[in-house]
Every structure is written in C-alpha cells, then in structure tokens.
Design a protein around this ligand. Structure first.
Ligand code: PMP
Length: 326
C-alpha cells in the first residue's frame, strides 16, 4: 500500500504520511505501550458521501484505553471527530476507508515503564481492503493460545502490545488452514476472535461472552445487541460460554469494525447448523448493513457524514504541509 502522499494527523498537525516519522527506539514500538482504534468509513456513491460509523463510540473507547495506560488524549472527543472528518476531506476519499487513531509512549530511550514518558497521538486513514471474506462462511478453530487475562493487561483496552496475542492466534489458525481463531480465556471459557467479538445462537437465544470474559468491548458488538433487542425482539444473554457450546450452536457469527458481521460455517471441523448462514445472523447482518449505508433513518445518529459537514461548517485551519493531495 503506497501511503506516501496520504495526509495524516501527527504531532498536532496535518502532514504527509512520509513526513511523519518516529524513531527506531520509540517506546511504543519497543514495548507495545500504546493503544489504538479502528473506525470504518463506507463510501456511498449515490450520495457522494463517506459515512463514518460509530465514530464517537470509538473515540470514547480510545479515551478509556488511554486512561488504563495513564495517558490523556490531547483533544476532546468532539475535536477528535472534527479532525477525523477534516482528514478524510483533505484526502478527498471516494472509497471505503479505515481510520486508525492511536496514542503511544513517544520517548526514544531504554526502560520499560509508563510513568514519566511523554505521549504522542496520530491518526492515519487508509483505503479499506476486505479484512475477512464475509461472502462465505468462515472455517475457524479454537486456538491453542489463550486470551490475555485482565490481571495481565486488560483486553477491554485496545492496547498495542496485546495484539501479539491476537497475531499468534491468527497466524496459527491461517497456517493450519482455517480462516480465523477463537481464543479461550485462561479458565477455558470462550472469549473472542483474534479481532472480533463472538455470538452464538442456541434454541433461538443469542449468547455472547459478558465483558468480564477478557473481551474487547466491541462497538459492533454493542450495536448488534441493540439491533437484536430493539428491532427483532431477540433474547440476548451475556454470560460465560463453554467451548462445548460452540459445537452445539445453531448459528455462530463474529462482529467487528473491519470484519462486519461474519458468519461461521465450521468450528474445529464441526459444521455449525447446516453450514449456511442462519436466519438470525442474516437478519442482523442485513439490518446492520442498511444502517452503515445510511438506509435506516432511525439510526442516522450512528453515522457521521464527512462531506455534508464540509458544506455546513467552517473547516479547521490549515497547518504546516496540510495541502490536500492533487
Ligand atoms: N475484539 C478484538 C480483539 C478486536 O481487535 C476487535 C476489533 N476492534 C473486536 C473485538 C471488535 O471490536 P469493534 O466492533 O469495536 O471493532
């Protein structure tokens, strides 16, 4: 991916990706002392508009992740949203995008700690490429790696260093011929996918691990629970889930910003249901799709229009090498 001329936000100003450098010994790179978010933008050609999804929820989670790492974001949530929109406008995106805001410990020295180390913040948007092929059912396995426990480093924070856990599980799964991994907690209960939350359906009830099961409190997870309850009157139960229950489920699906709603066709070579997408997964996925593409007016507040704002509000002042790419 050639990002050299993409406009990013770093050190309090807009600049080109190739001009935003970090040093080799940067603390966040050496020790994983950082946290990040992933925000999805859907390009809607009929409306000439880029919709950012649940952007406020993502920034609120970033604030909490930063708090856990004793960092403070330099801007308010509203300011961060404005900067994000401005960033998309400066890049003149006319495609789906993935936006990566992050904070990290920025000192270039040796010594693992959190206190007394300066923080830095940046936002990098990239054109979106499909994360998982959700046009077909996924074949997944239970990983031999366990999900990190809150007593080690809290998984409810999106902490940079914790993604080693996800990377180990994902690569093991893919190299063994699966699409994705399900991680169990240290005590053997189902936690989540490497970068997705998990839901299963049994006898018409929707189950998902509760937030004490070492899961990231997913924005899509919460959205799907709202839709399931408010639109379909589904019964939702948040509780610890045994591995064996995965094999008995009628439907299983993942949720995530990048993955969307992804149906699971098999787990450890055991077919889920009849292997095809189940009715509840289908209904929830289709409804979520309608929301993120602006076709459900009652859910307008879940999306933020990038360019409409431009017509309505005064853009942020230009700084440094902030010119939009030709
Ligand atoms: N769990 C993990 C470990 C993740 O990385 C993600 C992706 N952010 C999710 C769950 C899903 O969270 P969200 O719906 O907020 O993208």
């Amino acid at each position: 991916m050639d990002l050299s001329s993409t406009i990013v936000y770093a050190n309090g100003e807009f600049c080109r990706y190739e001009d935003a450098k970090v040093g080799l010994l940067t603390h966040g790179l050496q020790y994983g002392t950082g946290c990040f978010e992933g925000i999805r933008g859907y390009w809607i050609p009929e409306e000439d508009e880029l919709f950012l999804v649940l952007v406020r929820d993502h920034y609120e989670r970033l604030i909490n992740s930063a708090k856990i790492l004793t960092m403070t974001l330099p801007r308010s949530t509203d300011e961060l949203i404005d900067i994000t929109l401005e960033l998309c406008r400066r890049n003149r995106f006319r495609s789906d995008v993935y936006i990566r805001p992050f904070m990290y410990k920025a000192a270039e020295d040796i010594g693992v700690r959190l206190h007394g180390v300066p923080d830095a913040m940046a936002i990098c948007p990239v054109p979106f490429t499909a994360y998982l092929d959700t046009s077909r059912g996924l074949h997944v396995c239970v990983s031999s790696w366990r999900r990190a426990d809150d007593t080690m480093a809290p998984p409810r924070a999106k902490i940079t260093g914790l993604y080693v856990n996800s990377a180990l599980a994902k690569s093991e799964a893919v190299q063994n011929g699966y699409d994705e991994a399900i991680l169990l907690s240290h005590d053997g209960h189902v936690a989540e996918g490497s970068a997705e939350n998990i839901f299963l359906v049994r006898r018409g009830v929707l189950y998902t691990p509760d937030p004490s099961q070492n899961v990231l409190e997913g924005c899509t997870r919460r959205a799907i629970m709202d839709i399931a309850r408010d639109e379909f009157g589904m019964q939702i139960v948040e509780r610890s889930i045994d591995r064996g229950e995965l094999y008995c489920a009628e439907e299983v699906f993942f949720t995530g910003t990048a993955a969307g709603i992804a149906h699971v066709a098999s787990i450890d070579r055991r077919v889920v249901g009849d292997g095809r997408i189940g009715q509840m997964t289908k209904s929830l996925g289709e409804f979520y799709d309608r929301i993120v593409t602006g076709r459900e007016p009652r859910y307008e507040h879940w999306i933020t229009r990038t360019y409409a704002r431009d017509r309505m509000s005064v853009p942020l002042p230009a700084t440094a090498s902030a010119a939009a790419p030709a």
